[in-house]
Design a protein around this ligand. Structure first.
Ligand code: MIC
Ligand code: SF4
Length: 769
């Protein structure tokens, strides 16, 4: 097809397969099914033979679609080029959204991005064209918003090389974030392999009102479940409250399931989704979904007795839910807004708000902007403006053009907003922040989803707090972090104070319809001159063709230096920072100079620095130490704490350590996507059988990993810690390597294994040609 979107034929075929597979699954399980189970198991490659025990083993699934954004697509496509295939086996799209820097405003910034990233866009476009992949140009929108508007469909399975891919769960799609290695598997026609998730039930009752919005539902859940509470879990929402939330509101909730580490989040198909599909020009798909409604929600027994079918049920009463605020530094530090002011005082968070940011893939729907405008309008009527800088990042050109037509952008500009490009911008460190001393602590409030240190403007002393769009505007109008619009008056003009009223109900869809704009889209069939040629400029400092990693030499790892023992949260933003480094996402050698620059050393407390145990030099940047070890022909190990690798799907956080000589990462626990990225790159991802053993790792230690030739699924691994004082002690480590993944380790990486032609269970050459 030539237009953007998922064809009705694809959806029809997907439903037919769901029905067929579910017939097999029902007879095997003989019990009612949750929605997550239906969609997941409905996509099994081998429903008859698949092991069906959640929490144990891996599922082998055939996704309906695949999506990649520009910062991760570079590595994914560079790897795919090695796979020796001529076309992506699954329908796929590439979206240019992460590389645009926020400086002045939409137009100038997009033009600058086109100039500065020209060769990367050129590579992505030529590779997309060569491999039959749809291409969304810079400025067309943020991947998740574009997917929701065009590609997501109820009951489908989507994978995307971005952790917030679950956004499409708002449209009853099971969508999951993956590393580029997983994307390559699906592009070559192999199944997507994922740890079989358990399902948590989230029952929503009541209805949102006043200042409370969908964002508060997921922030509240972040507080309850914490950043690792969703690992290897799917969050399935249900109950009467779910039906009161708009489709885009559900997408906000599903989007941020990523903050809990969830494999995916899903809402049952309902009337709000039906309207969203029709509102975005997909009436045929709405009809198809309506006629398959039974497979697009849980069996009735599940809602009647949820405790019986979900691992755990959490109930959130929307009617009594208060607006929430999360942060700083982690999305699970959450409290209701009424408790925030006291905390601001107690902890000394800077009270003057230095910026307010609205939009991103999480919160830039028509309804979100409508509610923000409701608050803005009250201020404007009294001549008030934002007391702080307000930056707005619309999620897509469709949204931007629609809110422009409907006067929403003008209303935000009237209180001082600067509208940025339809791109990630300040959400991923692409914020060229001027006019502020980024050295000192300062508070910002965003409607985004992540707030790790250094995430927005590159400054680790910026304290980023997260809230809903309407709260961002209200607090920005007051200019004070501790302001609570539910209880506090705001200083009006001429000293008279006023109360902001909660936003009145706004439409979730534009009454006059969306302003459709496909000018930024190049369809997969588009074959221009140079067809099939993939363009990498010679001597490029942005792109580098990949060389295979060496295979494992068959010996145990003996007395490897420990490069780093990371303390506390070690997110992918800390292992492989974004911001200025996004520039090198296609150049493994260059980007690897950033490894662990944000990680905190457990011994010295220093960030990004450690001790070279061979030279005794302290305070050296970790990438330099790694380089030195590698130059001496040594492999090394990094030790992590809980939920190591939380956050992004960027496989650079696994590839760069591998490139710099890592042999293994040993942690208390791992985040799902990162663990799988490590394995894909031929690294061992190991956990302490006794998490307290983390404490046994001392400064100057080395570690041996033994019995690697006999490594077997389900068995532990022996390790020895060699302390600097000459003593040593044994450790027992765990791994989750399956027999197939064992090949990846032996071959030096999954790609080497793939190229050698051993393509895993159930696969064959499934090229669509
Ligand atoms: C993010 O939100 O952290 C990102 C930037 O979108 C990442 C992807 C990346 O690092 O390229 C993600 O979420 O996976
Ligand atoms: Fe972009 Fe931010 Fe969304 Fe990631 S979370 S896709 S960086 S807008």
């Amino acid at each position: 097809m030539n237009g953007a979107g998922t064809s009705a034929d694809l959806v029809r075929a997907a439903y037919a397969r769901l029905e067929r597979n579910l017939g097999v699954i029902r007879s095997r399980l003989g019990r009612p099914l949750t929605l997550a189970e239906k969609v997941l198991l409905g996509h099994l490659r081998d429903p008859e033979g698949q092991d069906l025990r959640p929490g144990e083993g891996f599922l082998f699934l055939d996704p309906d679609r695949l999506a990649m954004q520009d910062a991760t697509a570079q590595m994914a496509l560079l790897q795919f080029m090695h796979a020796g295939r001529s076309r992506s086996a699954a329908p796929a799209t590439v979206h240019c959204d992460h590389l645009i820097q926020a400086r002045v405003g939409a137009l100038e910034d997009t033009e600058a991005a086109l100039r500065e990233n020209g060769e990367v866009y050129d590579f992505l476009q030529s590779a997309s064209s060569a491999f039959g992949i749809g291409f969304w140009k810079p400025g067309s929108g943020i991947i998740h918003q574009v997917l929701l508007e065009n590609y997501a469909f109820p009951g489908g399975l989507l994978i995307g090389t971005d952790s917030h891919t679950p956004n499409a769960g708002g449209l009853a799609m099971l969508a999951s974030g993956v590393g580029g290695g997983d994307a390559v598997d699906v592009m070559v026609g192999m199944p997507w392999e994922v740890r079989h998730p358990r399902v948590l039930g989230i029952r929503l009752t009541g209805a949102l009102r006043g200042w409370t919005s969908p964002k508060d539902v997921i922030l509240r859940l972040c507080g309850i479940l914490t950043v690792k509470g969703g690992t290897d879990r799917i969050l399935e929402y249900f109950g009467p409250g779910a039906r009161t939330i708009s489709c885009t509101g559900k997408a906000t909730i599903a989007n941020m399931g990523a903050e809990l580490g969830a494999t995916g989040s899903i809402f049952p198909f309902d009337e709000a989704m039906d309207r969203y599909l029709r509102g975005t020009g997909r009436g045929t798909i709405a009809d198809l979904a309506a006629s398959h409604a039974a497979i697009l929600s849980a069996d009735p027994e599940v809602e009647a007795e949820p405790e019986k079918y979900f691992e755990r049920v959490i109930t959130i009463d929307l009617s009594s839910l208060e607006p929430q605020i999360a942060g700083p530094h982690t999305p699970d530090l959450v409290r209701p807004i009424s408790a925030f002011a006291a905390e601001v005082r107690e902890r000394g968070y800077p009270e003057a708000l230095s910026a307010a940011l609205l939009g991103s893939c999480t919160n830039s729907s028509y309804e979100d902007i409508g509610r923000a405008v409701e608050v803005a309008g009250q201020a404007r009527a009294r001549g008030l403006r934002m007391k702080t800088r307000l930056l707005v990042t619309p999620g897509s050109e469709q949204i931007r053009a629609t809110i422009e037509r409907d006067g929403h952008l003008a209303a935000l500009e009237a209180i001082g907003a600067t509208v940025l490009a339809n791109a990630c911008g300040p959400c991923i460190g692409q914020w060229r922040r001027e006019g502020i001393d980024t050295g000192g602590p300062n508070s910002i409030l965003t409607s985004f989803n992540r707030n790790f240190p250094g995430r927005n403007d590159g400054s680790r002393t910026t304290l980023a707090f997260i809230a809903s769009p309407e709260i961002v505007i209200a607090v920005g109008l007051a200019g004070r972090l501790s302001f609570n619009p539910l209880s506090d008056p705001i200083a009006g003009l001429s000293g008279k104070s006023m109360r902001l009223m909660p936003p009145r109900p706004v439409p979730d869809l534009p009454p006059e319809g969306f302003v459709g704009d496909l000018s930024g889209f190049l369809p997969p069939e588009d074959r221009r001159e140079g067809r099939g040629k993939i363009r990498i400029a010679a001597g490029s400092e942005r792109l580098q063709a990949l060389k295979p990693f060496p295979a494992w030499d068959g010996s145990d790892f003996i007395e490897l230096p420990i490069l780093l023992k990371a303390k506390g949260s070690c997110t992918t933003d800390q292992i492989s920072p974004a911001g200025p480094w996004l520039r090198y996402r296609g150049h493994l050698e260059r980007i690897s100079d950033n490894i662990f620059l944000g990680a905190q050393d457990a011994f010295t407390g220093e960030v990004g620095k450690g001790v070279n145990i061979l030279t005794g030099q302290a305070g050296e940047p970790l990438p330099l130490i790694a380089r030195d070890y590698r130059a001496r022909g040594l492999r090394w190990i990094a030790v992590g704490d809980e939920n190591y690798g939380e956050g992004s799907s960027r496989e650079h956080a696994a590839m760069s350590p591998r490139f710099m000589g890592a042999a293994a990462i040993v942690a208390r626990s791992f985040a799902r996507i990162h663990e799988s990225n490590l394995k894909k790159q031929g690294l061992l991802a190991l956990t302490f059988t006794d998490p307290a053993d983390y404490e046994k790792v001392l400064p100057g230690d080395r570690m041996s990993l033994l019995g690697l030739a006999r490594l077997e699924t389900g068995q532990s691994l022996k390790a020895i810690l060699h302390h600097a004082n000459g003593e040593s002690e044994g450790l027992v480590l765990r791994h989750t390597v399956t027999p197939e993944q064992m090949h990846w380790f032996r071959a030096g990486g999954a790609l080497n294994h793939l190229r050698a032609g051993r393509t895993g269970p159930g696969s064959g050459d499934l090229l669509t040609g």
